[in-house]
Design a protein around this ligand. Structure first.
Ligand SMILES: NC(=O)c1ccc[n+]([C@@H]2O[C@H](COP(=O)([O-])OP(=O)(O)OC[C@H]3O[C@@H](n4cnc5c(N)ncnc54)[C@H](OP(=O)(O)O)[C@@H]3O)[C@@H](O)[C@H]2O)c1
Length: 248
């Protein structure tokens, strides 16, 4: 399977996505970017064109609004018919889950990290089936592998996303569509700016390059960086009665 040459990117202004897109630009790819803020998209498009992207189009979308997601998907599929790759990177980490539960924030967390992604995938799958080819990479998280008190809602949304992608992989197994679940550990980006950093944090630049590399490979469950596979292997087997006492 080749690396996509016509890539649609949702959440293109995320630090990690931007770093990934730089590599696609250097490869001379055609890019279609989607994110919330139009002026950020313009800046990103200009930057990627100077780096070598063959063409860069963009359209705004808001992951909290079904209609906006629908419009963006339809626009891309109309204007970018040779789209052979989809990269979904937007996400939302709710602030301080240690405080009282705010159901509205929990719903938004689920909407942005899970429902909006499912909606985009459901729109793109028929296109890739028709094209008889497609590479899909979605950023989930290691957080989706075990719930923790400080980000239980975020973890639950990412767990739902990882599970959905696993089902989608099974559903598309007889097609030429590859579904890659990306599971970053902690990455230095605006999303984690308020968290205390430690030696496990990775630079966004490195995460972006590793994600670009994963588009070239066959592995469909990719930890970013790879050492998180071993951390999560251990984390997953800790019995719940011990895990609940850990201050992670
Ligand atoms: N950083 C980490 O440690 C880490 C670890 C594991 C997984 N991840 C995942 O990696 C992905 C990229 O995050 P990042 O770390 O690069 O953080 P980031 O730079 O803060 O990016 C988050 C992106 O999500 C977008 N977004 C948020 N709400 C949105 C909405 N309602 N509609 C459309 N877009 C919206 C943001 O757009 P605006 O700029 O318009 O707000 C921004 O582009 C996310 O899926 C995140 O969950 C991150």
């Amino acid at each position: 399977m080749n690396i996509p040459n016509h890539l649609a990117v949702f959440g293109a202004t995320s630090e990690i996505a931007w770093e990934t897109c730089k590599h696609f630009a250097e490869q001379g790819a055609h890019l279609y970017l989607c994110a919330r803020k139009e002026d950020d998209l313009q800046r990103l498009a200009d930057d990627l064109l100077t780096r070598g992207a063959r063409s860069v189009a963009f359209c705004p979308f808001d992951a909290t609004e079904e209609k906006s997601i629908d419009l963006a998907c339809s626009k891309i599929l109309n204007e970018f018919p040779r789209c052979d790759g989809l990269y979904i990177a937007h996400g939302f980490l709710p602030p301080n889950e240690d405080n009282a539960i705010d159901l509205n924030i929990y719903r938004t967390t689920m909407q942005i990290n899970y429902f909006s992604v499912v909606q985009i995938l459901e729109k793109f799958i028929p296109h890739f089936i028709k094209l008889k080819y497609g590479k899909i990479a979605v950023i989930s998280s290691v957080a989706g592998e075990r719930g923790k008190k400080r980000n239980a809602a975020y973890s639950a949304a990412k767990a739902a996303l990882t599970t959905f992608l696993s089902g989608l992989r099974q559903k598309t197994k007889n097609t030429n569509i590859q579904v890659i679940t990306l599971k970053p550990g902690t990455v230095i980006t605006p999303m984690t700016a308020n968290l205390p950093q430690n030696f496990l944090f990775t630079r966004a630049e490195k995460a972006g390059r590793l994600i670009y590399d994963s588009f070239k490979k066959k592995n469909e469950n990719v930890y970013i960086p790879g050492f998180w596979r071993y951390i999560m292997l251990i984390t997953r087997i800790i019995p719940e009665k011990i895990f609940k006492h850990l201050n992670l």
